[in-house]
Design a protein around this ligand. Structure first.
Ligand code: URA
Length: 208
C-alpha cells in the first residue's frame, strides 16, 4: 500500500490506540492546537463508518460526527434503518486540520483538507482499529476516507454502489461525505441525497 509510516508496535486495544493517538505527532496536523478524536462504538461492530477528519465541533467535544455533518448523517442512517450506536464510527485522520480566519465577529477555524501524505500517515491507526473491531462492512464517506482504507485515491462516482473486497475478507463501500451534501442545495442536493440514501440502503441490505 502507498505511504504509511512504520511504527514499532501497534497498541492492542482500542483504548490504547486512543491513548497513542493523543500522543501522535507523526504529521503536522497532530501539532496544531487541537485534540485527538478517536473512533467510537462497540469493538465487535459489524459496520465501521469512516469520515475524513474531525471538524470544529468534533475537536471541541472529542467525539466523531457530532457537528452539522454528523447530524445530517444521523438523519440518513435512521432513514436507512442503520443503528449508529451499533456501528463503530471513526475518521481517516484523527486530528482537525484548520487555518484561523479573522473576521468582524472574531476568529474562526476553517477546515482544511488533509493531504494524501497525512491520510497515509494516519492509516496506521485506522488499520489498527479495523484489526480490533473486525467489521464485516466498512463504509468510507468521501475521497479522504476511501484513501484511508485503500491507500490510493479513487473516484467516488466510479466506485460507489458495489463492494470493494479488503485484504481481511471484509467489504468496503464508498459513498459521498455528508459535508458534500451540506454544501449543495436545490436539485443537486436532492440528487446527491438520493444517491447517498441508495448507498446506505445497499449497506443495510448487506449487513443482513
Ligand atoms: N466530518 C468528518 O469527516 N468527520 C467528523 O467526525 C465530522 C465531520
Amino acid at each position: 500500500a502507498a505511504g504509511g509510516l512504520e511504527f514499532e508496535e501497534r497498541p492492542e486495544s482500542l483504548a490504547a490506540i486512543g491513548e497513542a493517538i493523543r500522543q501522535c505527532r507523526k504529521c503536522p496536523i497532530g501539532c496544531l492546537d487541537n485534540q485527538a478524536v478517536m473512533g467510537e462504538g462497540p469493538s465487535g461492530a459489524a459496520l465501521m463508518i469512516v469520515g475524513e477528519q474531525p471538524g470544529d465541533h468534533e475537536d471541541m467535544e472529542g467525539r466523531p460526527f457530532v457537528g452539522p455533518a454528523g447530524q445530517l448523517l444521523d438523519v440518513h442512517l435512521e432513514r436507512a434503518g442503520i443503528d449508529r450506536s451499533a456501528a463503530y464510527v471513526t475518521n481517516a485522520v484523527k486530528h482537525f486540520k484548520f487555518t484561523i480566519k479573522a473576521s468582524g465577529r472574531g476568529k474562526r477555524r476553517l477546515h482544511q483538507s488533509p493531504t494524501a501524505k497525512e491520510i497515509d500517515t494516519c492509516r496506521w491507526w485506522i488499520e489498527g482499529e479495523r484489526e480490533l473491531v473486525k467489521p464485516k462492512l466498512v463504509l468510507a464517506m468521501g475521497a479522504s476516507a476511501a484513501r484511508g482504507l485503500l491507500g490510493k485515491t479513487v473516484s467516488i462516482s466510479k466506485v460507489r454502489g458495489a463492494p470493494i473486497p479488503l485484504d481481511d475478507g471484509s467489504e468496503l463501500w464508498v459513498t459521498a461525505h455528508p459535508s458534500y451534501l451540506l454544501r449543495l442545495d436545490g436539485e443537486a442536493r436532492e440528487k446527491q441525497a438520493a444517491l447517498f440514501d441508495a448507498d446506505l440502503a445497499a449497506v443495510r441490505a448487506r449487513l443482513g
